[in-house]
Design a protein around this ligand. Structure first.
Ligand code: GAR
Length: 217
């Protein structure tokens, strides 16, 4: 049976991409990565894809006069590879409503906080500054507003008293790497569906919220 085709968008390190590459390496996993696209030509994540023999495409946004022209090439690259689902994995470029509408309910994003709290950049600094005791990550369908859209799954981790932004980021990242392949699997096999803004799980009992992946000390 043909597999569900992913187009993974990255801008940097690509550790979430790696978690998807690793999941897809299992022949039973219902999805495959059709291509990895970066808006930054030197993103280290591109090397992860190349090592896994996955096609890479570099679409440097700086070479374009407008967001729309950049996004036209992005959509062409995704559609020519018959991508079913666009997975933003550390893709740090704002997308216009036109692109978001084109990929409506066919594009997901991972963000390193428990949305709707702590959107934007410097997320872990924001969490520490606010004195939050729990943080985590969120996977959601993409909408035109930044870090907004129907939430699919979240995983929580504790914020420890001696945390720095780096130590908290590392703990959240571990949760991200577990959650992203689970969500992609659910969407690919049809156990997670979306109708309008309503996300439904076929097996609600299984659920997709993972409270406290790391135990408190
Ligand atoms: C991840 O923590 C991801 O959640 C975050 O960027 C990092 C990318 O790391 N994304 C956002 O902040 C999007 N708003 P990675 O390149 O190693 O996957």
């Amino acid at each position: 049976m043909s597999k569900f085709r992913l187009g993974v968008l990255i801008s940097g390190r690509g550790s979430n991409l790696q978690s998807l590459i690793d999941a897809c390496a299992d022949s039973d996993f219902p999805a495959e990565i059709a291509c990895v696209i970066s808006n930054k030509p030197h993103a280290p994540g591109l090397d992860r894809a190349k090592s896994a023999k996955i096609e890479t495409v570099s679409i440097p946004h700086k070479s374009y006069d407008s967001r729309e022209a950049f996004e036209t090439d992005l959509t062409d690259a995704l559609e020519s590879r018959q991508v079913d689902l666009v997975c933003n994995a550390g893709f740090m470029r704002l997308l216009t409503a036109g692109f978001v509408d084109h990929w409506f309910n066919r594009q997901i994003n991972i963000h390193p906080s428990l949305l709707p709290a702590f959107k934007g950049l410097h997320v872990h600094e924001q969490v520490l500054e606010a004195g939050a005791r729990i943080s985590g990550c969120t996977i959601h369908y993409v909408r035109a507003e930044m870090d907004d859209g129907p939430i699919i799954a979240q995983a929580a981790v504790p914020v420890l008293p001696d945390d720095t932004a780096d130590s908290l980021a590392a703990r959240v990242l571990t949760a991200e790497h577990t959650l992203y392949p689970k969500v992609v699997k659910g969407i690919a096999e049809g156990t997670i569906t979306i109708n309008g803004d309503d996300v439904t799980f076929r097996d609600a009992a299984e659920g997709f919220s993972a409270p406290m992946i790391s135990p408190l000390r």
